[in-house]
Design a protein around this ligand. Structure first.
Ligand code: GNR
Ligand code: NI
Length: 166
């Protein structure tokens, strides 16, 4: 097991687009274990491979209070999303200390591979739906602050650069 370094916004590597995993093998299973350890230690409810500078479509999530319900999504795709929207306060391990409201579909149906390389689908709503969409955005190079006004984005960039320099 190993703790991985989490890239901090604004870092251009957070905007790279992840490639699909070609084969779910031991290398991917080790990445999943290390990402889970990094997420629990942070602590966070989710982590995308992009955040640890690995540009492959891998996500780990655990929204349980007991931190014992790890969910792994490899090559996730949203196969359906609702017209209904929800407005939720989001945060991100790559933008620590920043929280703001983002509107997203309330329900999504996601198809992905598990750690054994088997296809599964899950219907998600509420916080799970928010987190899946937040993590899938990371895989396409999008950080949640990009949904905010450019004024807010510039303030966040300035604040993060000051924190990084301190
Ligand atoms: O830990 C996290 N909490 C969170 C809260 C609301 C909406 C999304 C998230 S994801 C975040 C961890 C993270 O940055 N994942 O990419
Ligand atoms: Ni995030």
């Amino acid at each position: 097991m190993a703790l991985l370094n989490i890239l901090q916004y604004p870092d251009r590597r957070l905007h790279k687009v992840a490639k699909p995993v070609a084969q779910v093998d031991d290398r991917i299973r080790k990445l999943v274990r290390d990402m889970a350890e990094t997420m629990y230690e942070a602590p966070g409810v989710g982590l995308a491979a992009t955040q640890v500078d690995v540009h492959e479509r891998v996500i780990v999530l655990d929204i349980s209070e007991t931190h014992d319900e790890l969910r792994v999504f490899i090559n996730p795709e949203i196969v359906w999303s609702s017209d209904e929207r929800q407005l939720n306060e989001e945060g991100c391990l790559s933008v620590p200390g920043v929280y703001d409201k983002v509107e997203r579909p309330e329900h999504v149906r996601v198809r992905a591979l598990n750690e054994k390389g088997e296809t599964f689908e899950v219907d998600a709503e509420g916080l799970l739906a928010v987190c899946i969409q937040h993590e899938m955005d990371h895989l396409t190079g999008r950080v949640f602050v990009e949904y905010l006004s450019s004024l807010k984005q510039n303030r966040i960039k300035t604040k993060m650069r000051k924190q990084a320099a301190a």
